[in-house]
Design a protein around this ligand. Structure first.
Ligand SMILES: Cc1cc2nc3c(=O)[nH]c(=O)nc-3n(C[C@H](O)[C@H](O)[C@H](O)COP(=O)(O)OP(=O)(O)OC[C@H]3O[C@@H](n4cnc5c(N)ncnc54)[C@H](O)[C@@H]3O)c2cc1C
Length: 356
């Protein structure tokens, strides 16, 4: 790209700023790309330098060019309802304020609170990071300064957050080092043969939040309404699609990319393939979340469910995780579209049928 500019007589400089290590610059001893997170993260901590984390100068304002702009193509109109702009205020200042407030008030509690969707325990910086409104470097510098100059040691909440930023870098490396994942292919080749189910009705129920599993439905309604979904819920809903419904993870990947305000190919693909047991570090195929247990554990008071499924608000908190049929009779909410045990067994059988 830079060569093209040079050939045209235009001075251009390139800076890698998406993650600390440009893809390909952190490799195994054998010179391969890492396909597993933990050794990647260890190497990251060992090799990261102050130079890599140093903030770049703000570029000076360019003088106006005497080149007419091409006419902008008309953008397609979407029939989705626009998102509420107050949720994700635009601009660099909003992003920096968010970072500062997170680190000052919530960062130290991150490790304990990040899994509870009703608690505001995470940074909610992902839309800004995905769009480049704030940089990975700015986040690392800020957390380091809050943590007495450390990235690997120090406060457990802050170091756990650093780890999540490293996951982001890891998936960007994976997308470059294992380009099949960008070509609609699983990271683990043997899972190509998996017999996904063709189930349009099940897929529609998942997208529209009417699977009869309240935590899944509440999460999907959060996504469609706000453009964002809590990480724990991304995991639960992704696994529900690929394991309980045995629907191809690629359908879920596309649906998320269409709706997420922080939609980022590498993180979405990496997270989804992990849940589908087709990706890096993949969850072993027999580890299948029970959505009701996850719900009881991470939304113990059923408050998140009540927020997004107001039809279940009148039920006692404990009953919101798996409402019994007699309580559902007067309420407009579906019974579960699959039985957990039977669906789990179906997924196990499909994975067992794969030859390694
Ligand atoms: C199925 C699935 C799809 C996902 N799709 C996306 C996506 O399209 N875009 C996206 O930015 N993240 C995605 N994630 C990762 C994660 O869910 C979000 O980054 C996180 O929920 C954003 O909230 P936050 O900013 O409050 O995160 P925090 O917990 O505050 O984390 C800080 C930052 O670290 C990065 N990060 C955190 N967790 C991960 C992770 N597991 N993988 C990669 N980066 C991470 C994000 O940039 C995030 O903003 C996905 C995860 C799963 C399981």
């Amino acid at each position: 790209m830079l060569e093209t500019f040079q050939q045209a007589g235009i001075t251009a400089q390139g800076h890698h700023d998406a993650v600390a290590f440009a893809p390909g610059t952190l490799q195994t001893g054998k010179g391969d790309y890492y396909g597993v997170f933990t050794p990647f993260s260890k190497a990251w901590h060992k090799q990261v330098t102050a130079e890599q984390l140093a903030l770049r100068d703000t570029p000076s304002v360019q003088s106006p060019l005497a080149i007419d702009s091409d006419p902008l193509p008309a953008l397609p109109t979407l029939d989705d309802e626009p998102l509420d702009g107050r949720l994700w205020p635009a601009g660099e200042n909003a992003a920096s304020d968010n970072l500062e407030r997170f680190l000052r008030f919530r960062g130290r509690h991150y490790k304990d609170q990040r899994d509870f969707p009703k608690v505001r325990g995470t940074s909610e910086l992902s839309p800004y990071l995905a769009l480049g409104v704030i940089s990975h470097r700015q986040c690392l510098q800020a957390v380091m300064s809050e943590n007495g100059g450390h990235l690997a040691d120090g406060d457990a909440g802050l170091t756990t957050w650093v780890n999540e930023l490293i996951w982001r870098g890891f998936y960007q490396h994976v997308a470059v080092g294992f380009p099949q994942v960008c070509r609609y292919q699983p990271f683990q080749a043997h899972t190509k043969q998996l017999q996904w189910r063709d189930d349009d009705e099940g897929f529609a129920a998942w997208c529209e939040g009417r699977t009869g599993y309240p935590i899944v439905d509440a999460a999907m309604r959060q996504l469609v309404t706000t453009g964002w979904m809590h990480n724990r819920l991304r995991m639960i809903t992704a696994m529900f699609l690929s394991k309980h419904l045995l629907i191809d993870w690629r359908r879920g990947e596309a649906f998320f990319m269409r709706h997420l305000v922080d939609g980022e190919f590498c993180a979405n693909n990496g997270g989804r393939q992990w849940e589908a047991s087709t990706g890096t570090d993949a969850a072993p195929y027999f580890r299948i979340f029970n959505p009701t247990t996850q719900s009881t554990r991470f939304d113990p008071g059923g408050e998140f469910i009540a927020q997004w499924l107001p039809e279940l608000k009148t039920l006692p908190a404990k009953a919101r995780h798996a409402p019994p049929q007699d309580m559902l009779n007067p309420i407009d909410y579906p019974a579960p579209i699959v039985d957990h045990k039977a669906a789990r067994q179906r997924a196990l059988d499909a994975f067992k049928a794969l030859s390694k």
